[in-house]
Ligand binder design. Sequence first.
Ligand SMILES: Cc1cc2nc3c(=O)[nH]c(=O)nc-3n(C[C@H](O)[C@H](O)[C@H](O)COP(=O)(O)O)c2cc1C
Length: 405
Amino acid sequence: MLVAGGISTDALGTAPTIADIRLLAKRRIPKMAFDFADGGADAENTLRANIDDLAKVTFIPRSLVDVSQQRLETTIAGEKMPLPILLGPAGSVRIFGGDGELSAVRAAGKAGLTYTISTASSWSIEEIAAEATGPLWFQLYMWRNRETVRTLVDRAAAVGCTALVVTVDVAVNGKRARDHRNGMSIPPKVTLRNALGVARHPKWFASLMRGPAIGFRNLQGIAEGSSAMSHQEYINTELVNLSATWEDIVWLRSIWKGPLFVKGVMSLGDADRAADAGADGIFVSNHGGRQLDGLPSSISVLPGIVDSVGDRLNIIFDGGIRSGGDVMKAKAIGADAVALGRSWVWGAAAAGERGVERVINIYRAELRETLILLGLDDVADLDRQFVSWPREWSPERDPASVPLP
Ligand SMILES: Cc1cc2nc3c(=O)[nH]c(=O)nc-3n(C[C@H](O)[C@H](O)[C@H](O)COP(=O)(O)O)c2cc1C
């Protein structure tokens, strides 16, 4: 049977892996939109390393253990999660067609999974929260004007977001070569380079035209009336903050009462500073290879960071996660939970809400299977005995894990 967007319910329902969901997304939307999610910064070395290094972690299972009951519940900063995964922040999701973030938050709510609203969402905090039936977190960029930041934080608290996730690895946007080549911009513009792709995906294009203009909707009330600048000029001159420091985290700590996470930690020094600034947790993350190319994979710095701050901070991991097995590897090394990035975005691009539901169902089934095959009945008992990883990732030998002065 065919459904809106041309993806058959069978193709979606029988898609066995996240890799298949990615291919469905690739078929449904133009190359410029697909590459915007799929691509990374510069030569994409970090993007590739995230995936390649997860494959270097191998399992050491236990056989003949009674695994007739399986428990996958996890608690992070006092919040119970039905699975050790959450939907991490992704902005501009309407670029991928349909109603973007709204589809995703509905699917997350049905599964009881936490959804992280991005500052750069294509719907406002309030519009997304209105569709939510599950827990919400809010991801913040540390912009220049503290009043702007405070307004966003207050709005997030007002709609019931329980945790604040402060992203610290986007002082400027990484150079995404694929976006430059494809003539990709926000809002998207039809150019000679991408006109054919747009023409071949009329349903995608129509869905873009149906909703509000694609941009940073959370800033509309704030940017309006502040000056006669264009939206982009406003972002570049008023928002981008090259002088943000850990003092800003200390300040946010003072105004945000719930759990506070620092997202984009890749070294022991930053992990320590996050703890000292009063954070409850960190996202060990290189932004999915979309920011500084040349960073190591996030999985390769996880062991050292867990050893250093695991007893003081909640550790969320992201970068390159494409299966339940990947989630279990990060959990075994010491992450408390894993944030999905491209996985759920591809689901939204492939088939909106049903696509994200399918992604969550794939993860749930793979997590259960991996738990059983490892010989465990409770994910809480998963630890380093169950995995092996390259010795060069050990803290003494990994320069990224040596504390900064
Ligand atoms: C399309 C897209 C948009 C994103 N937008 C944001 C954002 O607004 N804020 C943020 O902190 N991270 C953002 N990220 C990064 C993700 O939160 C996450 O760190 C990364 O995607 C994890 O890697 P993975 O995609 O390989 O799983 C975005 C990622 C993608 C793919």
